[in-house]
Design a protein around this ligand. Structure first.
Ligand code: SF4
Length: 337
């Protein structure tokens, strides 16, 4: 058993994963809490979470005969480039570089292949984000960090700026246990959240979260939350930026995640065609927010900057063919005049 474990760790590290833990493929202890969260509607427009909840929480439904869940971490943390200020919007750190899905899927495939070669007859299925797997629950069960009050998995050595991938195996491996919570009395993330999105420690109302509002939410951003969004154009890092563990985290630089899009010019986003925006964000997580949502967000950020230089841009956006962009541009114009 132990040599299987060491072999797995060695292979996972050779494939570029920075942390490796193992859980038994049972329903994770967080399942009931997750279901209650969904029932309360805190997931907002993310209907796909509700539609796939059964599959997300039971590894055996994801891979028949699953016995172990290998939980893998890959660090994306990077030092921030200088803020150019002016009429620019901020992007969450995980989206500064190339889209992580392809890179992680390639690494998962390599890892699966090496395990299949060593363990003939092995059945394995990997996932990162795109498939219905509740990665954070597996991270908690396997002890790939503790789940902080900001709902992120946190590793003492790496903070919370790492992606989580899973590889389900139909082979029994010695499982790790959950990691002790190191948040203690700290509540910086809860107090710093600009929109008050935390319902309490470890519980988030996604409908108020800036990441959700700028990326997943399709409609108008609630009026009362727009001023709190500040300069966040795509995602938000506030609850991680204030976390002492993230600031202390030791960073390994992954070339794919070098910052390409940390700050974006808002005028260019409003003026570019859909095709140009899609082209510009080819291979970037920013593509998840379609051009219309990016322009909606750009209007909110310009309204929050409140600079008269934005008026011509917003006047043009107020004549957009999209009623969503029009309405946000008119809101922003009133704050810039
Ligand atoms: Fe925990 Fe404090 Fe980090 Fe929040 S900011 S996750 S309370 S250590």
């Amino acid at each position: 058993m132990l040599s299987d474990r060491l072999f797995l760790e060695q292979q996972a590290r050779a494939c570029g994963f920075s942390s490796i833990r193992i859980a038994t493929a049972e329903i994770p202890p967080d399942a009931e809490r997750y279901e209650a969260w969904l029932e309360a509607g805190y997931h907002g427009d993310m209907g796909y979470l509700e539609n796939t909840s059964e599959l997300r929480l039971d590894a055996r439904k994801f891979l028949a005969g699953a016995r172990s869940v290998v939980v893998l971490g890959m660090d994306y943390g990077q030092p921030s480039p200088p803020d150019p200020g002016g009429l620019t919007g901020k992007v969450a750190c995980y989206a500064w570089g190339r889209d992580y899905h392809n890179l992680i899927l390639q690494r998962l495939r390599r890892l699966r292949k090496s395990l299949e070669e060593a363990w003939p007859g092995l059945r394995a299925r990997g996932s990162v984000d795109l498939l219905p797997v509740y990665e954070r629950a597996w991270a908690k069960a396997a002890g790939l960090g503790w789940i902080g009050k900001n709902c992120c998995a946190i590793l003492p050595s790496e903070g919370s700026t790492f992606f989580i991938a899973t590889l389900m195996l139909d082979r029994e491996l010695p499982a790790d246990g959950p990691m002790a919570d190191h948040c203690g009395r700290c509540r910086r993330c809860l107090d710093a959240c600009p929109t008050g999105a935390f319902l309490g420690p470890g519980s988030l109302d996604a409908r108020r979260c800036i990441s959700y509002l700028t990326i997943e939410h399709h409609g108008a951003i609630p009026l009362e939350l727009r001023p709190q969004m500040g300069r966040w154009l795509f995602g938000c890092d506030v609850c991680q930026e204030v976390c002492p563990h993230v600031r202390l985290g030791k960073k390994k630089l992954e070339e794919d995640f070098f910052p390409r899009h940390a700050f974006l010019p808002l005028g260019a986003i409003l003026e570019a065609s859909d095709a140009a925006l899609l082209d510009c964000f080819e291979g970037s997580p920013i593509r998840r927010a379609c051009p219309e949502r990016l322009r909606r967000n750009a209007c909110v950020v310009l309204g929050n900057i409140g600079d008269r230089r934005a008026v011509p841009l917003l006047e043009q956006a107020a004549r957009s063919a999209s009623p969503l962009v029009q309405e946000h541009a008119i809101w922003a114009l009133e704050r810039c005049l």
